[in-house]
Design a protein around this ligand. Sequence first.
Ligand SMILES: NC(=O)c1ccc[n+]([C@@H]2O[C@H](COP(=O)([O-])OP(=O)(O)OC[C@H]3O[C@@H](n4cnc5c(N)ncnc54)[C@H](OP(=O)(O)O)[C@@H]3O)[C@@H](O)[C@H]2O)c1
Length: 387
Amino acid sequence: MQRHNTVVLGASGLVAQRMQQRLVNHPWFILSAVVGSERTAGQPLSSIPWNLSEPRPNLPQMTVLDGLEKNLIERLVELNVTVAFSCLPSDVADPLELHLSKAGIAVFSNASAFRRCDGVPLVIPDVNANHMSQFGTGGHMLACATNCTLIPFAVPVAALAATFGVEGLQMNSEQALSGGGYELLLDDRAQEGHHSSEILGEAHKTSAELLHVLGVAQNSARESEDENEIHRAHGAFEGCSSHVVAADLDVDVTCKRVTRSDGHQVFVTARLQRPAEIEEVQSCLEEHAFPERLQACPSAPLRSLQVVERIDPLHHLWADGERFSQAPNPSTDLKAGMAVVLGSLEMIDAQTVRFSAYSHNTVRGAAGGTMLLAEQAYIEERLPKQQ
Ligand SMILES: NC(=O)c1ccc[n+]([C@@H]2O[C@H](COP(=O)([O-])OP(=O)(O)OC[C@H]3O[C@@H](n4cnc5c(N)ncnc54)[C@H](OP(=O)(O)O)[C@@H]3O)[C@@H](O)[C@H]2O)c1
């Protein structure tokens, strides 16, 4: 199988470096170029500060390209690049991702700029892999990963919805500092707890993307009066809470930042459409799986959901579906940090399930999840031909 030359958009960012880390030994993709901001462009990649806690991997020698350079596309075409991994802030992603995808480079994005746009699949492969069929239909090859908080929420909910049906969801999140990028993660005051617990806009994004990946018609979604009140109080779509009613599903989400380096945890109450026994619920969660064709993806975890008695955020961060490595090498172990861990499972009444779920936000929730989309496109032969 031929490997694809790839570019990472972002040099020093947490997600960009996770992506560089995963590309060093990837069997299907090669790190051929890195595009940076004016802070890093023109510098050797080896001189860019490494912001992850694992040692810097043996990255190829290269100079960081300038995202604003006029002949950027020509440079990437010369390098035979067919795939781009975008790890940019949304406002920067907006013009650059379209520019690259229109030039025939397949773009897989962590940014929110094109999420939920027509012709742009927004995919979690163990929730809505079939949405990838939209790839390339909007005149450009662009696919997006979801918000990182959605992963531990949507994966178990999709499992429950498929077996029992779900009519109501209430979720509270506790999100790590790394979710706010390297400046927040490396801020000593933030690490001591001096940071805002608010994450503006997050709850709205999470609910809207949940409805999208579950295939609940967006047009029928309407914000409830409660939500409008919340939004009025916090500014339109910038609140920390969101209450959305769409079709037959009522979704109530509140997001907050906590003082932890990595890992987003969610606390969920789900109202099922029919009564269930706890044993059935647990089997349904444990048996939830990636579509068979995607199990060969190097980044697919060994199991989608790893059920434990109680989540320990430090111990369970690097779940691969079977084990919890305490010191993984993410450059060689592409499955570590890719499973969702689920704990504290209980039935509140015959139709109401409560649980907590957890996943690595910059791995499964960002670089690993986005790479998984490219792996899916590779397996499904959707990528441009590599010369
Ligand atoms: N952190 C998470 O858990 C997480 C999860 C899911 C999705 N995301 C999304 O992933 C994206 C990156 O997040 P992050 O946490 O990695 O942020 P970050 O640590 O703050 O890094 C920001 C990145 O953006 C790059 N950048 C900024 N302006 C640029 C420009 N004009 N041209 C080229 N590159 C530019 C920076 O490149 P330089 O290094 O060259 O300055 C840097 O690599 C965001 O859209 C974020 O919402 C993040």
